[in-house]
Design a protein around this ligand. Structure first.
Ligand code: BV8
Length: 245
């Protein structure tokens, strides 16, 4: 049974020139990438694995953990949710994808305006001098490999807890959130800041916000539209309802 969407939402999407979309782990769940809910950290903790202090304490443990996550990426592919956002762009709608994900699946699906707020598993840099890792760093045997510039450790180019987001990425994300015609918050539990403040910034700027999530989040009550369900199903259905063949 086709999902019913608010006619006003369909109208707004049909008329939108610029759409901004905040995504979290949920948008990649149907691709087989584990979310951070339930057991993700397993026997480890965010403090141990996703902080500079944790890396300093045990650099090879953290390097290998991210290496494992990167190798797993080789077997995952974008799902219909990622492709629907790329299709929005192909329809001539300016679609700014602001992602908390480090899996690169939006780009793989064809989205060209992707802001990686928390970095990427596909890049590495020096823990000390921040020099970009030399080509072929993925094949290095030492864990972590040494920086070719200062000899310190390489680290994954992701944003760890207690670290600032890349200023340029944050500024672009904030601008897009407040200047767009329609904002979507997709597959995020809206608990990690400052990313979770973006839907609120959009609302404050008078932009309608639609949340796509099978579950409630701390921001659901404030949303203009709530689309309950997995994004891999909801997004293709929303585009089909907005632009019926
Ligand atoms: C910072 C990269 C300045 C590494 C990540 C204000 C209030 C409280 C705390 C803070 C605050 N400001 C700052 C903080 C501290 C902290 C923070 O927010 N802590 C939280 C936990 C309370 N923030 C920071 O440290 C940030 N830096 O603020 O710097 C500063 C500097 C010094 C001192 C203070 C401040 C940096 C945060 C970035 C950390 N790095 N990732 C890595 O991945 O290993 S965060 C990582 O976890 C992800 O990137 C993402 O952001 C987060 C996971 O959240 P989600 O993506 O939402 O995923 P989750 O699994 O939780 O939820 C999935 C959702 O999808 C669920 O709702 C589920 O229902 C839904 N779902 C499931 N299936 C589907 C689905 N939806 C649709 N379809 C489906 N099929």
């Amino acid at each position: 049974m086709a999902r019913a969407f608010a006619p006003e939402l369909l109208e707004r999407l049909r008329a939108a020139k610029h759409v901004a979309v905040l995504t979290g782990a949920g948008v990649s769940a149907e691709s087989g990438v584990p979310t951070f809910q339930g057991g993700f950290w397993g026997k480890y903790s965010p403090e141990e694995m996703a902080t500079a202090a944790g890396f300093r304490k045990n650099p090879s443990l953290v390097w290998n953990w991210y290496g494992e996550r990167r190798r797993e990426l080789a077997n995952v592919h974008p799902n219909p949710g990622h492709y629907a956002l790329a299709q929005l762009e192909q329809r001539g709608v300016r679609c700014t994808v602001i992602t908390q994900n480090i899996d690169g699946l939006h780009q793989k699906a064809g989205s060209t305006r992707v802001i990686e707020l928390h970095g990427s598993l596909l890049r590495a840099k020096c823990f000390s001098c921040e020099a970009a890792a030399p080509a072929g760093w993925e094949q290095a045997t030492q864990s972590p490999p040494p920086c070719a510039v200062c000899g310190s450790w390489l680290r994954p180019e992701v944003v760890w807890y207690g670290e600032n987001l890349p200023p340029k990425a944050w500024d672009e994300a904030l601008d897009a959130s407040c200047e767009c015609d329609l904002f979507f918050s997709i597959g995020t539990a809206s608990q990690v800041y400052p990313a979770a403040s973006l839907p609120q910034e959009a609302l404050r700027a008078g932009v309608p916000v639609a949340e796509i999530n099978p579950d409630y989040t701390p921001l659901t009550a404030a949303m203009t539209y709530v689309l309950r369900g997995p994004s891999g199903q909801v997004l293709p259905e929303l585009l089909a309802a907005t632009w019926p063949k």
